[in-house]
Design a protein. Structure first.
Length: 95
């Protein structure tokens, strides 16, 4: 059996992993947007965000309008910040 490494959502209360075939988004490069992500994470239970090198948030924490969907990938629009704490019905995954 092949040893696979899965991504897990960085939001403390979320149990989503890449086994579920959802998209994950990493820290934005824009510092202002990154600060908003940090605020969201801290507000929702992630206390040591300043020490975290890499963050992967699953698509369920973003509004559908914040995700560009192509035939091959889902990309987060510039300036998008997470808004949902718990898994939402996300029509982007059904495309």
């Amino acid at each position: 059996m092949e040893n696979q490494r899965y991504k897990y959502c960085s939001l403390k209360s979320c149990k989503i992993s890449s086994r579920e075939q959802v998209s994950f988004f990493q820290w934005p490069k824009d510092q202002e947007t990154r600060d908003e992500w940090k605020e969201f994470l801290i507000k929702n239970g992630n206390k040591n965000v300043e020490k975290v090198f890499q963050v992967n948030l699953c698509e369920y924490h973003f509004a559908i309008d914040d995700i560009n969907i192509t035939a091959n990938a889902k990309r987060l629009k510039k300036g998008s910040v997470p808004v949902f704490i718990h898994k939402q019905v996300n029509y982007a995954t059904s495309l």
